[in-house]
Each structure stands twice: as structure tokens, then as C-alpha cells.
Design a protein around this ligand. Structure first.
Ligand SMILES: [Zn+2]
Ligand SMILES: [Zn+2]
Length: 317
């Protein structure tokens, strides 16, 4: 590059920096960036491309999970290996929120209790969920008593996973309102409308606000919980798929949200980013040709006046 041109560019860069500096200084960069990691975006079908519902909010090296569908611990390890998110190492999974007790959201519970313990977790799991989570916890712990007894009895042989405190669970039954607060995050539960007691959660961190619906019919509570939030993660069923499933329509009309309803809801909630999950989707026709494609889902959501994406397992936002 000719010397005069180089000088001109350097000068221009400095001038831009001087102009840019004051506004940058007024808005210091946050100390960390909160990440949303989609561990499982599926629902009950045994879809090899979409694990059961599980979402991680990662703040300052700490992970907070919402739901534990099938595959949750292995997807967490995939996030470590494939996405470099060390906070999702299984032994670090410690705080979890449960939207409701349907099996597709909870079938990974023994995995979440046992696998990190066997790998070396030495603190109890803290679980926050609706009424019934304590009873479910007691039953799961009882179901695996033989394993706990055996590994703990042979403590001298198990150098890693023999610490009884690591398979303990503190289950907290929650009500709507602020349910958890620490230096990283405030978590607020809001009531949702589903086939059993259910909640959605809003996470407020230093730099982001994130609302997650769980399974629900459209509710004003979800609109209020987001209300201009950075990220809204919402379940959805396509009209295309519902048209093929008359057997499911009455249930869906009461307990789930279709694309027309979500479009209306999201236009009121005004998230900066809408992530669709727990959708009537298939990523490959060979898995389920009846379900919609991501493109068809987005087409049905085209009335949303904002940014919308189809969430896939291990996406990071
Ligand atoms: Zn579900
Ligand atoms: Zn459900």
C-alpha cells in the first residue's frame, strides 16, 4: 500500500475511534454475555435430531437449566465439546427449573441426578418445580437406591462418584413470583395454561432478559413476562400439522399454542428475538414426514413483526 494512503487510513481510523469513544464510554460493555443454549428442542416423539425439552441459561460460568427431557446430560456434554461452553460440564449442573411434570420434560431426571454424581458432583441438585416435584424426586431416588447403596458402600473403590451428598436433591415446590436469585440471575415463575400445573420462567441477568414458555396455551402472563424482553423461547404447533391430526386438535386447542396464536402473542410481547421450540417439526422426512419442515413453520410465523428463528439442539443465542 502506498505510504500516503496508509497514513490517510490510519488517520481516518483514529478519527473514527475518537468520534466513537464517548458513546462507547457511556455504555460500558457488560462483564459477561448471557448465553441461551438449546439442549433439547423436541417433544415426546423419539426424534434423533431433537432431544427432549431442555434449555440452559449460562451466566458467568454457571448454568441454569429449564426442564430435563431425554438426552439432557449428553446434550450438555455436547455443548462442552462442540460449542466450548465449559459451564455445561455435567458435574457442574446444579440448578434446575421445571415447567411441569409431563414425561417429555422430566424423563431425564434420573440421568441428571445420577450421571453427574457418578462423574464426581459433590453438591446436591437444587430443583424448582410445580407441586409434585418433591414426590417425583423421592420416587426417583428410591428407584435407584440399589445403585446409591452399592457405589457408596464400595467407597474405597469408587474414587470419584462415591460421595452421597452428590446424589442428594433439594426439591423446591414453587409458586408464581421470584423463585430464585443469586449474583448472576433473578428467576421469576409465571403461571401457564397446560394439562397440569405449569409455569414459564423469566431470567433477568446483568445483560439480558429471557422468557421461556414451557408447554402452554397462549396466556397474557407470557406476554407480560416478556414485554419487550431480549429473548422469548416459546412452544408452537403448526396449523399444517394440526390439520393432519384431528385426534389432537381438541387437546391442542386447550393446552398448546398454534402458529396463528403465537404470531398474535409475540406481536404483543415484542421480544427482540423469538425462538421456536417444542414444535411439531421434523428436520428429516425419514424421521417423520407428517410433521412440518422448519421452512413451513417459519412461513406460518411470517406475520410476526420481529426476528424469529427455529431453535435446533445445541444452538447458542
Ligand atoms: Zn411437552
Ligand atoms: Zn406438556
Amino acid at each position: 500500500m502506498a505510504q500516503p494512503i496508509r497514513k490517510l487510513l490510519v488517520a481516518a481510523t483514529w478519527m473514527w475511534a475518537l468520534v466513537a469513544l464517548p458513546s462507547d464510554a457511556q455504555q460500558p460493555a457488560p462483564a459477561s454475555r448471557t448465553q441461551v443454549v438449546l439442549l433439547g428442542t423436541g417433544n415426546p416423539p423419539a426424534d434423533p435430531d431433537r432431544s427432549g425439552p431442555a434449555t440452559a441459561i449460562v451466566v458467568n460460568g454457571t448454568a441454569y437449566l429449564v426442564d430435563f427431557g431425554a438426552g439432557v446430560v449428553r446434550r450438555a456434554k455436547s455443548a462442552v465439546v462442540d460449542k466450548g461452553i465449559a459451564a455445561l460440564d455435567p458435574v457442574k449442573l446444579r440448578v434446575v427449573f421445571v415447567t411441569h411434570l409431563h414425561s417429555d420434560h422430566t424423563v431425564g431426571y434420573p440421568d441428571l441426578i445420577l450421571t453427574p454424581w457418578v462423574l464426581g458432583r459433590r453438591v446436591p441438585l437444587e430443583v424448582y418445580g410445580p407441586n409434585g416435584i418433591k414426590e417425583m424426586t423421592n420416587h426417583v431416588l428410591e428407584a435407584y437406591r440399589a445403585d446409591f447403596d452399592a457405589r457408596t458402600r464400595d467407597r474405597a473403590l469408587y474414587t470419584v462418584g462415591a460421595f452421597p451428598e452428590g446424589h442428594a436433591v433439594n426439591a423446591h415446590e414453587l409458586r408464581a413470583g421470584v423463585v430464585y436469585k443469586d449474583a448472576n440471575v433473578t428467576v421469576t415463575a409465571f403461571p401457564t395454561k397446560h394439562a397440569m400445573e405449569s409455569f414459564g420462567f423469566r431470567f433477568d441477568t446483568q445483560d439480558r432478559s429471557i422468557a421461556i414458555s414451557g408447554d402452554t396455551n397462549p396466556t397474557q402472563a407470557a406476554i407480560d413476562a416478556c414485554s419487550g424482553c431480549d429473548v422469548l423461547i416459546h412452544e408452537v404447533l403448526t396449523l399444517e400439522w394440526l390439520a393432519k391430526r384431528p385426534d389432537f386438535q381438541a387437546y391442542a386447542a386447550r393446552h398448546h399454542t398454534n402458529t396463528a396464536q403465537l404470531t398474535e402473542l409475540a406481536n404483543k410481547a415484542k421480544p427482540h428475538l423469538l425462538i421456536l421450540y417444542h414444535a411439531s417439526l421434523s428436520l428429516r422426512p425419514a424421521v417423520d414426514a407428517e410433521r412440518s419442515t422448519p421452512a413451513a413453520l417459519l412461513e406460518e410465523m411470517s406475520g410476526f413483526n420481529g426476528r424469529v428463528v427455529v431453535g435446533r439442539d445445541l444452538d447458542v443465542y
